[in-house]
Design a protein around this ligand. Structure first.
Ligand SMILES: Nc1ncnc2c1ncn2[C@@H]1O[C@H](COP(=O)(O)OP(=O)(O)OP(=O)(O)O)[C@@H](O)[C@H]1O
Length: 588
């Protein structure tokens, strides 16, 4: 969307993003202020002790005064205690604030994701979105709170340290300042290099995770093709790519660490040499040189820590860009709109033209017209890929057509509140999705306030009560990944119970393609018949049995309705319908 502008002015988004990152931390201001106070206390105490050591050397040691030594040791102990307590409190306040910011960020990001239209999810990998939620938000966690405070701390330490260095010896400070900025610049340069490689490592890692995710979730397919070895090789290749990049990163940082160490200690040697000369010439005391050296290390450390923090900020601004981009995205099908006081259940597709946004080259529906009268049961049949499920998606307003309109009781769906619309539509899908919770909660999914008695009543109507009761934990039985696995027919009956409880005016039945056994089929069919009574029903039919009972059958092909009529009327015509029936639909 806005990427062309982004690449034209790369600096601007970063600054905007950083500012926005800071505003995220605003609600935590009391904690951040408390943390900053303790941070300043600990920084000041850090600045005090090199001076105390200098005094110790110059006065207590050179005068050999036991009393002074005791006093100085006690003072230092007190400083260390204050420093320790302040550090602990600072960590507590900043980390708590950081955790809160991340929790809030995750919630609002997830809310933004959930509000996106279905086409948004067609175009993205689930793994990519969950990684935004999990890792990108974690990267931001420290940046908005702890890192700001650390930057402050090192800033105070560096400035305070330099001031005290000047106070101790201006000439020596000049020597030192000639060395430290060079080392720091090296650190910044290195930070950039490593960051580039780090990003490549992350990407390569994400690739290997994708391979693993695909294999583990499709383990049955992998197993049935005995493709374990191939998959292992595919995963191995992805891991190797990230490994070789990680090795390059390690090599770079090893070289850098060595270089910084030589430069840093070399610098200290120079200061020591030059300072030593000043001491020999009587221009500097031994204690002053001692505290000077410690301040130098402190300042050097503060500078390099700030360089690292800067690298962190850059990394976070990348993560923040991605998070904010998702959070700011306006869903193409936004909530809000009219709610009808009463739904009669009249549905009309008027000249509907539609292509999936991710596959705009294929027009699935080409000026399709169809009408469902209130209470009518209409079955749609057609070859595979003809667009039957697409009709259901358009009626639920998962997508908007590019041309024409879908109307409910004469109102275009685009003028109605999508949430309200979906509350009035019951869907029994081919492969109903059950969530990892109890059967009762799964049935209650569309109406969370339903009582246990209502849940049971719905289950009875859906012919599910008998099998649910046979589980030792009855309605409390956990289903889904961690619980019992239900058979296809059992899942369908849970889905029917959901729809019964929801009591919608419109019903969409996406029939299971795979045949159920006779007993199960009978139970499902019986439950469905009860459910359809008095509701406008669109059946996406794959089998003859349901179609025979429908009020009307529509035959879909090439994006149009090519035949329409009752089962027996259509059987009387020499058309696609009869050929499909002869092949029992499913073979298509
Ligand atoms: N989410 C999607 N994104 C892109 N294209 C899609 C999507 N869903 C379906 N299609 C394409 O749209 C066309 C119609 O698909 P649809 O699922 O509506 O067919 P169908 O008649 O229900 O088929 P079946 O009987 O096999 O379920 C197909 O060409 C399919 O590849």
């Amino acid at each position: 969307m806005s990427s062309p502008e982004k690449s034209a002015t790369p600096q601007l988004p970063t600054r905007v993003t950083l500012r926005r990152l800071l505003t995220l931390a605003r609600p935590e201001l009391p904690f951040i202020i408390a943390g900053t106070v303790f941070l300043l206390v600990s920084s000041v105490s850090t600045l005090v002790y090199p001076r105390a050591i200098g005094n110790l050397v110059d006065e207590a040691l050179s005068t050999r005064s036991q009393e002074m030594l005791d006093g100085l040791a006690l003072t230092m102990l007190a400083v260390f205690v204050v420093q320790g307590v302040a550090m602990a409190l600072r960590a507590y306040y900043f980390n708590t604030a950081g955790e809160r910011v991340v929790a809030r960020l995750r919630k609002s990001l997830f809310g933004a994701l959930l509000s996106q239209e279905v086409a948004f999810f067609d175009a993205r990998r689930t793994g990519e979105l969950t990684s935004r939620l999990a890792s990108d938000t974690t990267v931001l966690q420290n940046t908005v709170t702890a890192n700001i405070s650390m930057a402050l701390r090192y800033g105070v330490q560096a400035l305070g340290g330099v001031a005290l260095l000047f106070y101790t010896s201006a000439r020596l400070t000049g020597v030192m300042l000639a060395i430290i900025p060079a080392v720091t610049m090296g650190a910044v340069f290195y930070g950039r290099r490593v960051r580039v490689i780090s990003r490549q490592v992350q990407d390569a890692l994400a690739d290997s995770t994708n391979v693993a995710e695909e294999d583990l979730s499709g383990i049955r397919t992998v197993r049935s093709f005995a493709a374990e070895r191939n998959e292992l090789e595919r995963y191995g290749a992805a891991v190797d790519r990230s490994f070789s990049l990680a090795r390059e990163r390690t090599r770079q940082s090893a070289i850098f660490m060595g270089a910084v160490s030589i430069a840093g200690y070399g610098g200290i040697a120079v200061v020591l040499w030059y300072g030593g000369r000043l001491v020999v010439q009587g221009q500097l005391s031994v204690g002053a040189l001692t505290s000077f050296l410690i301040y130098t290390m402190l300042v050097a450390f503060s500078f390099s820590a700030m360089a690292e923090l800067w690298a962190d900020f850059m990394r976070a601004s990348g993560a923040a860009d991605r998070v904010f981009e998702l959070m700011d995205r306006e869903p193409a099908i936004a909530s809000g709109g009219a709610q009808l006081p009463e739904v009669r259940g009249h549905v009309e597709f008027r000249d509907v033209r539609f292509a999936y946004p991710t596959r705009s080259d294929i027009t699935v529906l080409q000026g399709l017209n169809l009408e469902l009268r209130p209470g009518e049961v209409v079955a749609v049949v057609g070859p595979s890929g003809a667009g039957k499920s697409t009709l259901a998606s358009l009626l639920s307003r998962f997508y908007d057509p590019q041309g024409g309109a879908v109307l409910l009781d004469g109102h275009p769906l685009t003028s109605l509140d999508p949430e309200w619309l979906r509350r009035n539509i019951g869907m029994v899908a081919q492969e109903p999705q059950l969530f990892s919770c109890s059967i009762a909660d799964n049935i209650r999914y569309g109406r969370p306030d339903a009582t246990d008695a209502q849940v049971e009543e719905a289950a009875r109507a859906a012919n599910a009560h008998a099998y649910i009761q046979r589980f030792p934990e009855g309605y409390g039985t956990q289903v889904g990944e961690r619980g019992v696995q239900l058979s296809g027919g059992q899942k369908q009956r849970v889905a029917i119970a959901r729809a019964v409880l929801k009591d919608p005016r419109l019903l969409i039945l996406d029939e299971a393609t795979s045949a159920l056994d006779a007993e199960s089929e009978h139970l499902v069919k019986d439950a469905l018949e009860r459910l359809m009574k008095g509701r406008t029903t669109l059946i996406i039919a794959h089998r003859l049995s349901t179609v025979a009972n429908a009020d009307r059958v529509l035959v879909l092909e090439g994006g149009h309705v090519i035949q329409s009529g009752t089962h027996s009327a259509l059987m009387g015509q020499d058309g696609l319908y009869r050929r499909l029936v002869e092949r029992q639909f499913v073979a298509a």
